[in-house]
Design a protein around this ligand. Structure first.
Ligand code: GLN
Length: 534
């Protein structure tokens, strides 16, 4: 029988619940259990695919083509286990299936209500990851306890525990223990109150994980244990880490969190093996090969979460090369206003990530031009690849006014155009080309050398593609097509030969990079950047 752990959050949002859940999952995995992770988001969008990155941060794409919460990125990076569309549910998705069933007559004769119908649907979602291949499912409840919109989720997990029994379901509450500078004290009251709110939903947490800036004293832990009805050794401290989020699991196991979790779930405590993780941390914290600076030229730069997986994958590329990666976050409109020279001066590599809409496009194209002409290692991803093709068409093939029809419907040279399969689609949610597709690599290319493989599988999220009518004109001038999706003759990777490293792909490699195994393209991009800056 699959056991369940429910993770709730109290006091404030942005406590790093996703990171903590992922860290717990890593530890349980490394004690020999097969763990799956899941996030419940209490908002009404069916998925985050239609939300602006400013609202929600990055949209993380699973290999089965779901547009999901960015916490799933942490789940995959920490555990190395792929998530699926059942790893993320929202209130919108839950309601939408209940309402469709009602229309189909699935509840004929009944009044359809939040309790039991919505809560039953949530419980079914919780069970959707159960299988004889999974020992433990960790479900993170998004939002903060006390929010009106999380109530049905709390009621569902309360019922779940009641039905499954204590040995099969566990509650972990992540809370904040703030430090008041003026009083020079950590304060436990907000946590006590948040546990109080949780109790009004009938949930008494089994374990508290306390986020704090300073170490908690025994006295703080005693107080929390007493007033929150939690065993003293189950009050766990999660102090801000100094160097990297990847330190969190190591800090948690130092307090035996994983041992207590397994004991509560009545599971055998096998020995823990995280030597490779600790080794990776050493390289990350004290890299032997100095620093490289990479510019990421995007349009949602002010919010760090917008390009979460890109920043992480760059860090992984650094770990693989034993070098620190410093990221210069560049607003593409600043390139337009101030010129590429002034904004990009001194960087060892330039990355243009994915995106939508025409704001800042010319700044991205100018950044590609700067990287190409100055022979600075360049990595284009999705929209970044499309910008690379536009730049090459305009400035090398001399196709004046070349553009993507996404930005200029009347361009004389639509080198990037909407995919055939997308032309008739009007609905926005979940309708892009999404998820994993195979990509054939061409031998003797940089892409092939990076992957050392003839075929790879990569994840996608786009509607536009390189227009095959322009393929000959582009390749005649030296653009190399190094990756193809054969079934639809779709260009997946382009690169330049007479350049230290200029590779651009239509897919999103950042979603498959992990700290233990950097994505090959990120690894090679950083390696090329190091050569340039040596
Ligand atoms: N807007 C482009 C498209 O839809 C690129 C998408 C992306 O970068 N994810 O094709």
């Amino acid at each position: 029988m699959t056991k369940h752990i429910f993770v709730t959050g109290g006091v404030v949002s942005s406590l790093g619940k996703g990171l903590t859940a992922a860290s717990v999952a890593l530890l349980l995995t490394r004690r020999g259990y097969r763990v799956a992770l899941q996030k419940m988001d209490p908002y009404l969008n069916v998925d985050p695919g239609t939300m602006s990155p400013y609202q929600h941060g990055e949209v993380y794409v699973t290999s089965d083509g779901a547009e999901t919460d960015l916490d799933l990125g942490h789940y995959e990076r920490f555990t190395g286990t792929p998530c699926t569309r059942n790893s993320n549910y929202t209130t919108g998705r839950i309601y939408s299936s209940v309402i469709s069933r009602e229309r189909e007559g699935g509840y004929l004769g009944k009044t359809v209500q939040v309790i039991p119908h919505i809560t039953d649907e949530i419980k079914a979602a919780i069970r959707s990851l159960d299988s004889d291949k999974i020992d433990i499912v960790i479900t993170e409840i998004g939002g903060t306890v006390g929010d009106i919109e999380s109530l049905p989720f709390l009621e569902a997990i309360r019922q779940y525990r009641q039905e499954a029994g204590r040995d099969n379901a566990l509650f972990i509450h992540i809370t904040l223990v703030p430090y008041l500078k003026a009083a020079r004290e950590l304060k436990t009251k907000p946590s006590q109150q948040s546990v109080g709110i949780l109790r009004t939903s009938g949930i008494i947490p089994d374990m508290l994980i306390c986020r704090c800036e300073k170490h908690m004293s025994d006295e703080h832990k005693d107080k929390l244990a007493l007033f929150c009805n939690v065993d003293r050794n189950l009050v766990i401290e999660e102090k801000d880490v100094t160097h990297s989020i990847y330190e969190v699991p190591v800090e948690l196991t130092r307090q035996d969190l994983d041992v207590y979790v397994l004991e509560m779930l009545k599971l055998h405590v096998h020995s823990l093996n995280i030597d490779d993780w600790k080794e990776m941390l050493k390289r990350l914290i004290k890299p032997g090969n100095g620093t490289v600076e990479i510019a990421v030229v995007g349009k949602y730069i002010s919010l760090r979460d917008s390009y979460k997986s890109i920043y992480e994958a760059l860090t992984h590329g650094g770990i693989a090369n034993n070098v620190e990666v410093k990221i210069r976050m560049v607003e593409s409109e600043d390139v337009e206003k101030q010129g590429a020279e002034s904004v990009l001066d001194g960087v060892s590599g330039i990355l243009v990530p994915g995106g939508f809409g025409d704001r800042g496009i010319e700044g991205k194209i100018a950044s590609v031009c700067y990287a190409r002409s100055r022979k600075i290692p360049f990595f284009g991803i999705c929209l970044g690849m499309q910008c690379a093709v536009i730049e090459f068409a305009r400035n090398v093939c001399e196709l004046k006014g070349a553009n993507s029809t996404e930005f200029d419907e009347t361009t004389p040279h639509p080198v990037i155009d909407i995919m055939k399969a997308q032309r008739k689609i009007t609905a926005k949610g979940g309708t892009m080309r999404l998820g994993a597709y195979p990509c054939r690599l061409v031998k003797t290319t940089k892409a092939h050398a990076a992957y050392s493989n003839d075929e790879v599988s990569e994840r996608h999220r786009h509607r536009f593609e390189l227009n095959n009518d322009y393929r000959d004109r582009l390749t005649a001038k030296g653009l190399v097509i190094s990756g193809l999706y054969k079934d639809e003759d779709l260009v997946e990777i382009v690169e330049l030969q007479e350049h230290p490293w200029f590779v651009a792909c239509q897919f999103h490699p950042e979603f498959q990079s992990t700290p233990l195994q950097a994505h090959p393209l990120f690894r090679e991009f950083i390696s090329a950047a190091m050569k340039g800056s040596a």
